[in-house]
Design a protein around this ligand. Structure first.
Ligand SMILES: [Zn+2]
Length: 261
């Protein structure tokens, strides 16, 4: 399917690049659908490397009647706190009410954030460590959010972009630093992968003697998941090598992300 919307052309970064059509939003009213398309277009315009991912995703209006997966851990989750989420399938659920209240650079950043979650193939990182269960996924997601948001925030801080900027209230590494803190604890790194942050926080727990953290055997992904992620991994390699080839990103956390697995 994705191949049907892929093409080749000459991009702004010079040389031949692959681009993909804007994915078609599903289940939104006309105005919200327009804003979703505009967010993808703005992101592709500003950070064309991410246009290569568009064939992997399908934006859908979030189903707020389905409970948030986080409710079992944190109690009621306000609808306004549910902005967007993405599944390994590429189904990107977006809350149209929250989205329409954002500025265009914030909408582009939310789309980029979700795309990075997908390209991170996070469930595989958890499986590689033998981690299962929802509590783990919740902690991992916080670490992933901090990792992704630090990389996006850094782009504006370096003057690389002024039109992809996160909304207020996002999780950053500074917030992780408060978790499992103890006197003399080393600071959370300014940038690390999701797994890097997760391992860092686990090390703090061990240091405090708070928990026994057993070594777990890796979990094999299902054949369907493995097949899906083979495809995602190809795109991720493509995006990351394009970022690393572009001197504009040199020294940025996004470049660090591009060097990471
Ligand atoms: Zn997130």
């Amino acid at each position: 399917m994705a191949d049907a919307v892929m093409g080749t052309g000459t991009g702004t970064t010079g040389g031949t690049m692959v681009f993909a059509a804007i994915p078609e939003p599903d289940g939104f009213d006309e105005e919200s659908a327009r804003l979703v398309c505009a967010a993808f277009e703005d992101l592709r315009e500003e950070l064309p490397e991410f246009g290569r991912t568009f064939g992997l995703v399908r934006p859908v209006a979030i189903d707020l009647t389905a409970p948030s997966p986080y409710e079992s851990l944190v109690g009621d989750v306000d609808a306004s706190d549910r902005i967007a989420q993405i599944e390994p399938s590429g189904r990107m659920s977006i809350n149209p009410d929250v989205f329409s209240g954002m500025l265009p650079p914030e909408r582009a950043a939310v789309v980029m954030h979700e795309l990075m979650h997908l390209l991170n193939m996070e469930i595989l990182g958890r499986y590689a460590r033998g981690l299962r269960g929802f509590q783990t996924a919740f902690g991992w997601n916080m670490c992933a959010d901090a990792s992704i948001n630090a990389a996006i925030r850094d782009l504006a801080a370096r003057g690389i972009t002024a039109t992809v900027t996160l909304p207020e209230g996002c999780i950053y590494p500074e917030a992780l630093d408060e978790l499992e803190h103890y006197d003399g604890a080393p600071s959370v790194p300014a940038w690390a992968t999701a797994g890097g942050y997760y391992d860092f926080l686990r090390a703090r727990i061990v240091h405090k003697g708070l928990g026994r953290i057993p070594e777990l055997d890796p979990i094999e992904p299902s054949p369907e998941l493995a097949e899906r992620f083979e495809k995602v991994a190809m795109v991720a390699r493509d995006v990351k090598s394009a970022i690393l080839a572009n001197p504009r990103y040199r020294g940025s956390y996004l470049a660090d992300w591009s060097r990471s697995d």
